[in-house]
Write a protein that binds this ligand. Structure first.
Ligand SMILES: Cc1cc2nc3c(=O)[nH]c(=O)nc-3n(C[C@H](O)[C@H](O)[C@H](O)COP(=O)(O)OP(=O)(O)OC[C@H]3O[C@@H](n4cnc5c(N)ncnc54)[C@H](O)[C@@H]3O)c2cc1C
Length: 444
């Protein structure tokens, strides 16, 4: 399909990070962009870190019109051993922010939404397209328009006034997350798979832990590996995105293998008895379940700095680890596209979701602006996501499984890396696998 008109009418389903990254790039390219988001403007973060890798950094170089620093920089990955020794592992850069800070930064770039995170708006440029962010509106269906103009039509329920309406678009981007309605319609065989383990999570203000513990976590992502379970800790920004030492949070995670029967207990809401599927939010974890977890932490015991932090978590939350990767990213002759977690959900160990979202947004922007063919877009989106999805599985299996089983995942991942190298070499392009681009150098 060729399109000569500009601006194009683009609708993005989902106004979280992927939707906003796509929206900002397409607005800057002069298109008319509407984001449809079922939730509200002001939303609760999962209270966890969001890591920005190479492709996110490249995206921001082109599209971020704010100048303030909004990430905490970690320069290495280290391990804490059972006897509380520190083992440097890799010198690797990790730029870490949190969901709220990045969401509100992108909102201010997209539609000039301002609040205490970003009270001052960035300058707009007169070639920018027109945009709208419609919250409390949910897309329930998509089809091709019957008037012969070649557009797509969305059916939208406005939750505010409980009214259905339709909207036409030249392009539709499904940035509607892991339970995407777009993916369910066009790739119904792809489902979220339970990885066999969950994460017990929580935040503690760094001002509440001892100076010695704070020092351990200050510039490193720190892992504590045990037999088929592991803990992770890193610093994230504090209230209103503050990066000031003393204002930030320590972000604690403990991954444990759990049967599906155990989940029927663990995932029950303390307040209303509802059995959650993927997340028990902060403030809703059953007290007896969390107390049992703390007892387990003391009895093991976890390494001292991790134990100190877990005992100070006031509002834990629980996340079930799931993953999938869709074999297709484009539908309806390239007018319907999947992006971000709607296309591929990585396990969290590689902290890759947001980097993937930025890469997808850049490719989609190139495609809509006719700098890339549909065939190229499809191939690059799927190869990139597949590689990083397999990498996240390999890391997850390495931490949580028997090492022989994990090795199979590793071999599978390295096999795909080999294919990536050959394809990239054959086409004279840069490799799509990004993992090693984080690495500054190995520790001696
Ligand atoms: C409120 C929130 C808080 C989060 N906090 C964190 C965090 O602290 N740390 C972290 O690592 N990750 C967090 N995430 C996940 C993180 O945003 C993603 O993993 C990653 O950035 C890619 O996101 P995504 O935009 O592809 O998908 P998601 O972030 O899942 O966003 C999908 C969006 O689509 C909307 N949506 C879904 N269906 C429809 C529909 N039919 N019509 C209209 N809208 C629809 C959803 O409400 C949601 O806003 C959070 C996500 C959300 C929504």
């Amino acid at each position: 399909m060729e399109w000569a008109r500009k601006p194009l009418e683009i609708v993005i389903i989902g106004g979280s990070l992927t939707g906003l990254l796509c929206g900002v790039a397409l607005k800057h390219a002069g298109h008319t962009v509407t984001i449809i988001e079922k939730d509200d403007n002001e939303r609760q973060s999962h209270m966890a870190g969001v890591c920005l890798g190479l492709d996110a950094a490249v995206f921001l170089t082109h599209h971020d019109r704010h100048e303030t620093v909004f990430c905490h920089s970690c320069t290495s990955i280290q391990a804490v051993t059972r006897d509380n020794g520190i083992k440097p592992f890799l010198k690797a850069r990790r730029e870490i922010t949190n969901w709220d800070t990045f969401y509100f930064r992108l909102r201010s770039l997209f539609d000039g939404y301002s609040n205490s995170y970003y009270p001052a708006l960035p300058k707009s440029i007169n070639t920018d397209g027109c945009v709208a962010y419609k919250c409390r509106s949910e897309v329930s269906d998509i089809s091709r328009a019957t008037n012969g103009e070649g557009k797509m039509v969305l059916t939208i329920l406005n939750h505010e006034i409980q009214q259905l309406s339709t909207k036409e678009a030249d392009f539709v981007i499904g940035a509607d997350g892991p339970n995407s309605v777009i993916r369910a319609k066009y790739a119904p065989s792809v489902h979220r798979q339970y990885a066999g383990y969950i994460a017990w999570r929580g935040l503690v203000p760094e001002s509440e832990v001892s100076a010695s513990t704070r020092k351990i976590f200050d510039h490193s992502v720190t892992v504590h590996m045990m037999d088929r379970h592991h803990c992770l800790m890193y610093i994230i920004p504090g209230q209103n995105g503050s990066l000031k030492p003393g204002n930030r949070f320590l972000n604690f995670l403990w991954y444990t293998n759990e049967s599906t029967e155990a989940l029927d207990e663990i995932m029950v809401d303390d307040l209303n008895g509802h059995r959650h599927q993927y997340i028990v939010p902060a403030g809703h974890v059953r007290k007896d379940i969390w107390d049992a977890r703390l007892d387990r932490a003391k009895n093991l015991p976890l390494a001292a700095p991790f134990l100190e932090v877990i005992l100070k978590i006031q509002q834990p939350f629980i996340q079930v680890i799931t993953d999938f990767c869709s074999p297709r990213a484009t539908f309806e002759d390239g007018q319907v596209l999947l992006a971000g977690d709607a296309l591929s959900l990585c396990r969290p160990h590689t902290a890759f979701s947001c980097t993937q979202a930025a890469f997808h947004a850049s490719l989609i922007n190139n495609y809509i602006n006719q700098q890339m063919s549909l065939t190229e877009l499809e191939e690059r989106m799927v190869r990139y996501s597949f590689l990083h999805w397999r990498q996240s599985i390999w890391w997850g299996e390495f931490y949580q499984r028997n090492k022989a089983v994990a090795l199979l995942s590793g071999l599978c991942f390295w096999g795909y890396c080999g294919i990536d190298i050959i394809k990239s070499w054959w086409r004279g392009e840069e490799r799509l696998f990004r993992g090693s681009s984080y690495i500054i150098k190995k520790h001696d």
